[in-house]
Ligand binder design. Sequence first.
Ligand code: AMP
Ligand code: ZN
Length: 459
Amino acid sequence: MTLSVYNTLTRQKEPFAPGDPGRVTMYVCGPTVYSYPHIGNARPAVVFDVLARLLRRLYHLVYARNITDVDDKINAAAAAAGCPIGDISTRFTAAYHQDMRALGVLPPDVEPLATAHIGQMQAMIGRLLARGHAYVAEGHVLFRVRSFPGYGQLSRRDQRELLAGARVDVAPYKEDAGDFVLWKPSTPELPGWESPWGRGRPGWHIECSAMSAQHLGETIDIHGGGNDLIFPHHENELAQSTCAHDGATFSRYWMHNGFLNVDHAKMSKSIGNILLVRELLEQAPGEAVRLALLSAHYRQPLDWTAEVLAQSRRNLDRLYGTLRDVAGWEDEWPAAAPDAAFVAALEDDLNTPRALAALFDLSHAIRRSGDEGERRRLAAQLRASGELVGLLGAQPEAWFTGNPADGLDAAGVEQLLEARREARARRDFAEADRIRGELTAAGILIEDGPEGTRWRRAD
Ligand code: AMP
Ligand code: ZN
């Protein structure tokens, strides 16, 4: 048990010492569900999935990752599509689940919905008002940044500068430009809930503070997310939670993944280089996408290119190839322990590049060894190591036969079936037939029955 993690709060790598080893708690900010997840959104999901798997080896873990299902981006998407807001959030929550499953991300223990915690958010806002950490102004409730001397500690920004805010378009009702919204009024066409401050909706930051307190308690062990969230989102969560809980530590460790760029550029709508997970799943198995995401250390930027993905796929071919060439390891692997060098690298602040190098060392050792017993033992160890990071879970034969270079893997089939279901639901039968044709061309036979659509590969 020598796990160490880099804590953004202290800017240091520290030994991980949870408050209660019998119940370790981790909260990771989840997606805002207004469109399909892109490969950048998948990075924190995969990184913290690996951390969750590692923690579960050592402790009893309660892992919460929320769904932000009330947000102005969702409102805008619903207005653009001319449908109710709930349709957008339901549809993209399902898409998120589907894509993350395809990447081998295990569901968190708790997946709270923001809209199911409005009462807890209002209660927390009430506590902040009662303690002088918030004020009401023109239907808004604002956090009084001036009231919390620790503001700026996480992002290491100067509080005076933060109080002054960006100085552009500052709402006149704010005491200080840097004060942020806890609650805001809704117009009749926007989603809103009755509150002591009028009909309105929560600000984004209060959602996570309220949901983590509800499910994990006032003090949590690890809070995670992408490093774009350090300021303002996590700085604001820290301020709200600390002040609402009378100074109790909000999170012992703060962990942030670096950003993912595509072909050296930041992903953006204007450049048109946003890579969706589902597009990548048409090009490669989910496991190859997962390995590519783990190929860089989580705190480093990751430059996504077609070559990174192709290389990951070749690497999996090598590892699965090694397993395929050893007979009889399957009976041994459930009892096998993962490779020690591999585990040590992961426990050193999730050093996945070093851990993966250890997997390749193991693979070489298997190939070099002439001793069948040793080969079996090491192969079982390779399989057990992969399991720890959500890799090498397929049958080696199936990896080679089930993933034809230009064919569809299971996730790809599921995606097409989902698209066909959606087409049929909107009575677009031409599109539904086109998708069926695409599946047939890829050798997938489908059968519609009372329990939905089943599929199998043609012999
Ligand atoms: P969002 O749905 O935009 O709130 O993002 C969900 C998660 O994805 C957050 O933890 C973000 O920090 C993270 N994220 C978004 N874009 C990227 C990116 N390009 N690289 C890495 N992480 C990202
Ligand atoms: Zn959050």
